[in-house]
Design a protein around this ligand. Structure first.
Ligand SMILES: NC(=O)c1ccc[n+]([C@@H]2O[C@H](COP(=O)([O-])OP(=O)(O)OC[C@H]3O[C@@H](n4cnc5c(N)ncnc54)[C@H](OP(=O)(O)O)[C@@H]3O)[C@@H](O)[C@H]2O)c1
Length: 420
C-alpha cells in the first residue's frame, strides 16, 4: 500500500532499489587521486573504525568533514588533526569554544550547532560514512545524499523511519547506498556474485544477544551493564541494548526490506552464535551464497570505504579449522517479541515504522537511565504502536512530526512503568 502510494509520488522507475537496479560501483579514483570522504558520527563505535581506516590509507582518502554530537570533543579534535580534516563539527553548541581551542593552529575549521551539522553534511564528497546513531542521523544523511554524495550507511534508523523516501531519493539522484551493517554488507557482497538473478530468500544472522538462553523470569531483572555486554561485538550503547532486546534485528529486517526492495516475508532471521556467517542469499536453483568473516565491524566498514575495490586490512582472519562447527537456531519470538513488532510495523506502513523507531529510542534511554526495566522497553514500543495511527506519511516533515508525537507518547507510557 505504502509502496503504491510512493510509486505515484515518485514514479515507478524511481522506486527501484539497490537490488533491482544495477549496483553502481563508485568510480575508482585514478591513480594518485584520493577519494574524498566525510564521517558523520566520527567519535562513535563505527566512526572510530572509519577514522582508523582513513588514517591507515592517507594515499587513498582525504577527509573533508568530521561530525559528532559533542560528548567527545577531545577525540574529535584529535581525529581532525590526524586526518587534517577540512572541518570538524559538533551538534552541541555549548562545547564550541573547547573545540575551537583544541583545533587552534591546525588546518581544520571548527563549527558547532545543528545548522553547522547540516551545512557540513551537505559538502559534496565522493563518500559519506553515515554513522550518527538514531533518528538524529536522518536529516544530515539525507542532506549528504541530496548533495550527490554516495552513502556508506551504518545508521539503520534512517531507513526504518524514512526508508522509501531515502531509497527513492538515492535512485532519483543516482547515488549509491552501500550497507555498513555487517548482515546487509554480507548480502550486498553475495549479490555481487548473483549476475543480476533475483534471489528468492535472504537470511540475516543474529548472535541472539546476551540473553539468548535466559528465561523470561530472569530477563525481568536485567540491568544496563548486563545488557551492554554483547557476546561478540563492542558497540555503541543504543545498538547494544537493541541487540539485547533483539529490536536490532527487527530494525535490520526493515533496513533489508528497503535496501534490497524485498518483501519481509522472504527475509528470515537465524540465530548464529559464532557470528561467522553474516548473511545468506538463496536463489531459485537452491544455490545459496553467503559471506563469512571474523565477527568485527572493520571488515564491512573497509568494504564500504574501498568499494568496488578491497582494502588490505589487518583485521583478525577467519580460522575455520579452529572453529570446527557452526551453530544455527531459530529466534524465540515469545521472549523476543521485537521481531514480530517490526514485521507488523513494516506491513502497516511508514507511520508505524517511524513510530516504532521513536518509541524504541525513548525506551532504550529510559532503560539506560534506570527509569524502566528491561522488559518494559519492548512493552513501551508495543503500547506506543497500539496508540499511534497507521498509514503512510507522504513527506519527511510529516515523519519528523510523527517521530516527536511518538516520543511524547512513549514518555507517557514509560511513566506507567517507572521503577520505584
Ligand atoms: N557499533 C556497531 O557495531 C554497529 C554495527 C552496525 C550498525 N551500527 C549502526 O551505526 C550507527 C552508529 O552506531 P554506533 O554504535 O557507532 O553509535 P555510537 O557509538 O553511540 O556513536 C554515535 C555517534 O553519533 C554521534 N551523534 C549522536 N547524536 C548526534 C547528533 N545529534 N548530531 C551529530 N552527531 C551525533 C555521536 O557523537 P558523540 O560522541 O559526541 O556522542 C557519535 O559520534 C547506529 O545507527 C547503529 O545502529 C552500529
Amino acid at each position: 500500500m505504502i509502496l503504491r502510494g510512493l510509486v505515484s509520488l515518485f514514479g515507478e522507475s524511481k522506486m527501484k532499489s539497490t537490488l533491482q537496479r544495477d549496483i553502481k560501483p563508485l568510480s575508482v579514483p585514478e591513480s594518485g587521486v584520493r577519494r574524498r570522504v566525510s564521517v558523520l558520527g566520527s567519535t562513535g563505535s563505527i566512526g572510530r573504525i572509519a577514522v582508523d581506516l582513513l588514517r591507515a590509507y592517507p594515499d587513498r582518502f582525504v577527509t573533508e568533514s568530521l561530525i559528532s554530537g559533542g560528548k567527545n570533543v577531545a577525540l574529535l579534535a584529535e581525529q581532525a588533526r590526524c586526518l587534517r580534516a577540512g572541518i570538524a563539527v559538533i551538534a552541541d553548541p555549548s562545547a564550541y569554544c573547547e573545540l575551537k581551542e583544541l583545533l587552534a593552529g591546525s588546518e581544520t575549521v571548527a563549527a558547532a550547532g545543528y545548522d553547522a551539522v547540516i551545512e557540513a553534511s551537505g559538502n559534496h564528497v565522493d563518500l559519506v560514512i553515515a554513522a550518527i546513531v538514531g533518528f538524529a542521523g536522518l536529516l544530515p544523511t539525507l542532506t549528504a545524499l541530496r548533495a550527490g554524495c554516495n552513502i556508506a550507511l551504518a545508521n539503520k534508523e534512517c531507513l526504518v523511519s524514512a526508508g522509501y523516501f531515502f531509497m527513492a531519493e538515492a535512485h532519483r539522484l543516482g547515488v549509491s547506498v552501500i550497507p555498513v551493517d555487517s548482515e546487509h554488507s554480507a548480502i550486498f557482497q553475495a549479490l555481487l556474485g548473483a549476475n543480476h538473478c533475483l534471489p528468492e530468500r535472504l537470511i540475516l544472522t543474529s548472535s541472539g544477544g546476551p540473553f539468548r538462553t535466559w528465561p523470561l523470569e530472569k530477563m525481568k531483572n536485567v540491568r544496563p551493564d548486563d545488557a551492554l555486554a554483547h557476546p561478540n561485538f563492542v558497540m555503541g550503547r543504543k545498538i547494544s541494548i537493541d541487540s539485547a532486546t533483539m529490536m536490532n534485528k527487527g530494525l535490520e529486517l526493515i533496513e533489508a526490506g528497503h535496501l534490497f526492495d524485498f518483501s519481509l516475508s522472504k527475509i528470515d532471521i537465524l540465530v548464529h552464535i559464532e557470528q561467522i556467517v553474516h548473511g545468506f542469499v538463496e536463489f531459485s536453483d537452491g544455490s545459496v551464497l553467503a559471506q563469512l568473516g571474523a565477527p568485527n565491524m572493520t571488515c564491512p566498514v573497509a568494504f564500504a570505504l574501498g568499494y568496488p575495490e578491497r582494502l588490505r586490512v589487518r583485521s583478525p582472519r577467519l580460522d575455520l579449522m579452529s572453529l570446527k562447527c557452526l551453530h544455527f537456531d531459530l529466534p524465540d519470538e515469545i521472549r523476543f517479541p521485537a521481531l514480530r513488532l517490526a514485521r507488523q510495523a513494516f506491513s502497516s506502513g511508514n507511520v508505524a515504522t517511524c513510530t516504532m523507531n521513536a518509541a524504541n529510542e525513548v525506551a532504550v534511554e529510559g532503560f539506560l537511565s534506570g527509569e524502566i526495566g528491561f522488559l518494559d522497553i519492548i512493552e513501551t514500543v508495543s503500547e506506543t504502536l497500539d496508540h499511534q495511527a497507521t498509514g503512510t506519511a507522504k513527506t519527511i516533515e510529516e515523519l519528523i512530526d510523527l517521530d516527536q508525537c511518538a516520543r511524547d507518547y512513549a514518555q507517557s507510557v514509560m511513566k506507567k512503568h517507572l521503577r520505584p
